[in-house]
Design a protein around this ligand. Structure first.
Ligand SMILES: [Zn+2]
Ligand SMILES: [Zn+2]
Length: 339
């Protein structure tokens, strides 16, 4: 079978390797879709601090079960599945107390351990999540980023009657805003400096958008939410500008959820955090329950995914996908590899 290996930043090679054997408690998945996300792009640029080369990427995936190990129950060849890519130790304090997603020894497939950028992928059955009938392969591959959004939204608990500001309208920001809406938030305002991404937000029914380079964010906040402003802010970019916008615009006593991945350490006005009793909440990946919620929201058609897959490439054109990302000046959402 064909396997795509990133030998070094910016260089993907295809190797012919044997189809993997599976253990008794594993399944073999015929991979059909691989989504490329922001973290993958960091790896491509050599900017991901916790990834070594060579690496096989691929953690936002879907496929069909090809083969099941003798001890595997409840799954059969042909089932459409996705994968939870976290590999955890099971013995550290976070693992022992139900917080395995922040395991002290967390490894993620496609980063610190092999990913699914290959025709057949062997995986332990406890990582496999079956999709209900009626799901498309694209939808199945989007469950992972939706689970990121579900986990982020659940960090603040009940959003009903809440207004939310989402800074960043990339795939994750878009999905955070849609998930907040699906889980009860009454009003959403989403921002980006890229108008293509704001148009995509509108296509997903997120009508309130703001490009802070063209209009005043503070004014727009008052216009949408009124003088009491929003109840929660989600920072989904990971930049100095957006974390500053979050801390400066937050209403006193409210939560800022930090979803974006910061390549550089930002300066944060902790004077405001202290004086205004702001809460900064981190969020990392997800748990099984977040996958289940993500699947439910898609099944109930509460998340509009069709505008989000903007580009597709055949497996053999994996490097072209990164070229598109490089050259598009941010005018893309989810780039999907098809096998
Ligand atoms: Zn990802
Ligand atoms: Zn652990």
């Amino acid at each position: 079978m064909k396997q795509a290996i990133m030998i070094e930043p910016g260089r993907i090679e295809f190797h012919e390797v044997p189809v993997p054997e599976i253990k008794n408690d594993q399944v073999l998945i015929a991979i059909k879709r691989i989504g490329i996300c922001g973290s993958d792009i960091h790896v491509f640029h050599g900017l991901h601090p916790y990834t070594h080369y060579p690496v096989v990427q691929g953690h936002e995936i879907s496929g069909l079960i090809e083969k099941v190990g003798v001890k595997v129950a409840g799954l059969k060849p042909g089932d459409m599945v996705t994968v939870m890519p976290q590999v955890v130790c099971g013995v550290c304090l976070p693992c022992r107390t139900g917080n395995y997603h922040i395991c002290d020894h967390l490894k993620v497939m496609g980063f610190q351990t092999g990913g699914a950028a290959q025709e057949y992928f062997p995986v332990d059955v406890d990582h496999v999540v079956r999709l209900p009938d009626g799901f498309s392969l694209d939808q199945a591959a989007m469950i992972e980023p939706i689970a990121v959004a579900v986990h982020a939204v659940n960090r603040v608990g009940n959003l009903s009657a809440n207004g939310v500001l989402v800074l960043g309208a990339g795939t994750i920001g878009n999905l955070v805003a849609q998930t907040a809406r699906a889980l009860g938030a009454t009003k959403q305002l989403i921002t980006d400096i890229n108008n293509y991404k704001l148009d995509k937000a509108r296509e997903c029914g997120l009508e309130n958008v703001c490009n802070p380079q063209r209009e005043n964010l503070g004014d727009r906040i008052i216009e949408i939410f009124g003088p009491d402003k929003m109840d929660v802010i989600f920072e989904c970019v990971g930049s100095q500008e957006t974390i500053t916008q979050a801390v400066e615009n937050a209403r006193k006593g409210t939560d800022i959820v930090v979803v974006g991945v910061f390549g550089k350490n930002p300066e944060v006005n902790l004077g405001f955090v202290q004086d205004r009793e702001l809460r900064l909440l981190g969020t990392l990946m997800y748990q099984k329950g977040d996958y289940e919620t993500a699947i439910k929201l898609v099944a109930q058609k509460l998340i509009n995914l069709s505008p989000l897959v903007t580009h597709r490439f055949a497996f053999g054109d994996y490097p072209e996908a990164y070229r598109l990302i490089e050259e598009s000046h941010g005018d893309y959402m989810k780039v999907m590899i098809e096998i």
